[in-house]
Design a protein around this ligand. Structure first.
Ligand SMILES: Cc1ncc(COP(=O)(O)O)c(C=O)c1O
Length: 420
């Protein structure tokens, strides 16, 4: 079978219009400035509609979407059960002066579902809750310093950005301590050097950073981290914004066999309806109550209705098992197809959030070329970010993805005679 390349002229035209009135045209992670779409014209920049595993761009091209809106699409776009719950709630009210009682139902469901959760505090974006978690750790311990594992991404508030980023002041990150992943000796040393000054340690459940192969930490590593935090009065915060509900519905800390003090959720919570949640253990509830921290839309009812429907459906489907099976079938198929065409494709991280890299050259150029050829034939990957499996992805989608990937391998091999 052959897969013709897509025309993205309308996207290009719209992008030119957008850059006149919107900084970067499409800014942040959905736009081309983050180096995930190279060359840019092989990617769609605007979508027209979405359903299940697919979205269609403004030129009418259909994509099997492995970015899932960078995570929120967990059940499938426009999931009928989630949308029905949201529509029923919108008729009752959404952003109201007194919040809807559905907020309590939602908190109770999270407390029942998430292993370390005795309470839930709601906001909108992942950054809202990672920042709240750090503030909670500081308020509770009356200490300033926070440990981060290198390669982290916890959002965009200055306290979690890097010193050389525009607009970030040295004092914003003056209390940040950086340690390498899986480096228990480095962690011990950092704690020793800052004894009695460390409020919290914030970490993703494993290293799912961009531009590098992803690596899964061991349960032993996490046990040691937990013990070091306990011994030194450090609040252990798990940033499950990206991986949450994809590895384990009880939280990724549960998946790795430990209990976080605070856990941050966002992307998979409500299948695209806008909400995030900070959950945590009982001893921190009164500290969170004391924060000066709220937002205009944080207690809106529609996302709570969507969240309840999403979590119940994820449970009914045993979604983490599905994600593992589908992610494993897909990545094994891609790696095998690569091998058959002379490519050393490495799939790393959790299969539910697989990260891809062609390792034949160190420049990443070959990898970027292959990803672009896949995208331009209907498989939406990004160049240097982990991907996501959603529950509606079918075996047929997986097979078609592997066929398109094979064609892309052939094209790249032909374009790079110096390597093949
Ligand atoms: C691990 C992690 N933490 C925090 C965030 C920030 O979430 P948001 O973009 O919703 O503010 C992200 C977003 O990609 C993330 O992946």
């Amino acid at each position: 079978m052959s897969f013709p390349t897509y025309n993205t002229d309308k996207s290009t035209e719209l992008f030119a219009r957008a850059t006149k009135v919107i900084p970067s045209g499409v800014y942040g992670h959905l736009g081309p400035a983050e180096g995930q779409f190279i060359p840019v014209n092989k990617w769609p920049r605007f979508s027209e509609k979405a359903e299940g595993s697919y979205f269609w761009d403004v030129d009418g091209n259909k994509y099997i979407d492995y970015m899932c809106a960078y995570g929120p699409n967990v059940l499938g776009y426009c999931d009928p059960d989630v949308d029905a719950a949201a529509i029923a709630q919108i008729k009752l009210g959404n952003c109201t002066t007194s919040p809807s009682k559905i907020m309590i139902d939602c908190a109770e469901l999270l407390v029942d579902t998430v292993n370390c959760a005795d309470w839930a505090f709601f906001a909108k974006n992942g950054n809202d809750v990672t920042q709240a978690a750090i503030m909670t750790a500081r308020a509770h311990t009356h200490r300033k310093k926070i440990i981060f594992f290198n390669g982290f991404y916890h959002g965009v508030s200055p306290m979690v950005q890097k010193i050389d980023y525009p607009g970030v002041l040295p004092e914003d990150v003056a209390n940040a301590i950086y340690v390498n992943w899986d480096d228990i000796d480095g962690l011990k040393q950092a704690i020793e050097e800052n004894k009695g000054e460390i409020a919290g340690l914030i970490a993703q459940p494993y290293n799912h950073g961009n531009f590098n192969d992803n690596s899964i930490s061991s349960k032993e590593f996490w046990q040691q981290v937990r013990k070091l935090c306990d011994d030194n009065g450090i609040i252990l915060i798990i940033d499950d914004v990206r991986a949450g509900f994809r590895l384990d519905l009880a939280g990724s800390d549960h998946y790795f066999g430990f209990k976080a003090d605070l856990i941050c959720f966002c992307k998979a919570l409500a299948n695209g309806y806008n909400m995030s949640a900070l959950c945590g253990q009982e001893f921190l509830k009164s500290t969170v109550s004391g924060l000066s921290y709220t937002g205009s839309y944080w207690m809106s009812a529609v996302p709570f209705a969507a969240c309840i429907a999403t979590i119940n459906k994820l449970k009914a489907l045993d979604a983490p098992k599905l994600f593992l099976e589908k992610g494993t079938a897909l990545t094994q198929g891609l790696v095998k197809a690569g091998k058959e065409h002379g490519f050393d494709l490495i799939a790393s991280g959790a299969p539910a959030l697989f990260y891809l890299r062609i390792a034949n050259d160190n420049s990443l150029l070959l990898h970027q070329d292959w990803v672009a050829e896949c995208v331009n034939r209907g498989v939406f990957f990004t160049s240097h970010h982990n991907h996501f499996i959603n529950a509606s992805l079918s075996d047929e989608d997986i097979n078609r993805t592997i066929e398109i990937a094979e064609e892309a391998f052939k094209v790249v091999a032909k374009n790079h005679p110096e390597i093949f």
